[in-house]
Design a protein around this ligand. Structure first.
Ligand code: 9MR
Length: 359
């Protein structure tokens, strides 16, 4: 492993002399192991023509200085997504009362680290404060609620994010619209309302719709493409589609590239926004090796489609992954283990970013 990494570094330094290796940490340093061996995931991604390789993060983790010593390194992570602190329940817990302290912490961290910010998210059925659903707004009232939320939240962060996930997870797996307070009150019109409001609040931010199970061809991806076409036909601004990419080891879809290209052909960009690849525990060498192949395949798919702008892992260490609490008995879904050691998956990402064949 370490030999491979040393070779990787040597090749990289020859190929990209401007990219410097991260300094070897002193023995007492809190930096995780392995950070000296490869110049950095984001450095490799940008050298390969992508905008960033990034990670989700969450406020409670930011007190962990070992974690932040790695997260703050823009050679590895060129982009941050707040996992929770820009969501509706965090930013507008009571009507027209806005709290930005935690969201600001991550926005400011990205700024001070020189990292791109992906802001997440404005309109989603989940993590909504009770008042949005229980106040029984009619269509006019809910439109004003959405517009006021977005004017304040996207307005507060105006000019900072590269992209906003404006609408999150609007579709069911069969391609129909998800029944939630927004759809049930406003029909599909809540989507243009949200997109137009975000464009008005922050004219230069990329407007994304983000969802899962649209990474591969099928009814849900087709429905999302039809949504894009209908928004475009109506003159509604839409810049990108986020492919969440919460996958299972050994079950990564084989139609990623053709599906990504189908979105690109519509004239929108795409991004891999929440990548993790979980396994049934306990982890085994065979599962970790398969996971390496799976991460390689996903990253390679993004590299094959120029409209795929970047890759975000939904946190980079198993220590802070959302998977074990949501899927009991499953986990180990990220490229670094609980102790910040690089897993084979990390090598899979590096190989793909360097344009190497899988080894
Ligand atoms: O990572 C988030 C986790 O901490 C929250 O408990 C969870 C609650 O819904 O949301 C997680 O993030 C989700 C993201 O916002 C949207 N796509 C699915 C993600 C994983 O649930």
């Amino acid at each position: 492993m370490k030999l491979t990494q040393a070779v990787t570094l040597a090749v990289l330094c020859l190929a990209f002399p401007a990219i410097e290796a991260i300094p070897t940490p002193a023995a007492s340093s809190a930096l995780p192991t392995g950070t000296s061996a490869v110049s950095g995931l984001n450095a490799l991604a940008t050298a390969a023509g992508k905008l960033y390789f990034g990670s989700a993060t969450d406020n409670p983790e930011l007190t962990d200085t070992t974690y932040t010593s790695y997260l703050n390194n823009s050679q590895h992570f060129g982009q941050l997504t707040p996992g929770n602190s820009m969501k509706w329940d965090a930013t507008e817990p009571e009507p027209n009362t806005f709290t930005f302290t935690e969201g600001d912490q991550i926005a400011n961290l990205a700024k001070s680290n020189g990292q791109i910010l992906r802001a997440h998210n404005l309109v989603w059925y989940s993590q909504l404060p009770d008042w949005v659903t229980s106040n029984n707004y009619n269509a006019t009232g809910l439109t004003e609620v959405i517009q006021n939320h977005i004017a304040n939240v996207a307005g507060h962060y105006k000019g900072q994010p590269y992209a906003w996930d404006v609408v999150n997870e609007p579709l069911n797996d069969n391609g129909s619209f998800r029944s939630d307070v927004f759809y049930d009150t406003l029909g599909e019109s809540y989507i243009p309302i949200a997109l137009n409001a975000t464009r008005a609040a922050d004219p230069n931010v990329k407007l994304y719709i983000n969802d899962y199970n649209i990474e591969y061809t099928g009814a849900k991806a087709t429905a999302m493409q039809n949504l894009v076409k209908s928004l475009q036909a109506d003159g509604v601004p839409i810049d990108g589609i986020g492919m969440e990419s919460h996958f299972i080891v050994g079950e990564v879809p084989t139609t990623l590239v053709e599906n990504f290209q189908a979105f690109a052909d519509l004239g929108v960009e795409i991004a891999i926004t929440e990548l993790d690849i979980r396994m049934t525990l306990p982890e085994t060498d065979a599962l970790l090796e398969q996971q390496k192949q799976d991460f390689y395949n996903v990253v390679d798919a993004c590299l094959q489609v120029s409209a795929c702008k970047g890759i975000t892992v939904w946190d980079w260490t198993d220590k802070y992954s959302w998977i074990p609490s949501t899927f009991p008995g499953e986990g180990a879904a990220t490229p670094f283990d609980d102790n910040y050691e690089e897993k084979p998956a990390f090598d899979g990402i590096v190989e793909a970013l360097m344009g190497q064949s899988f080894s």
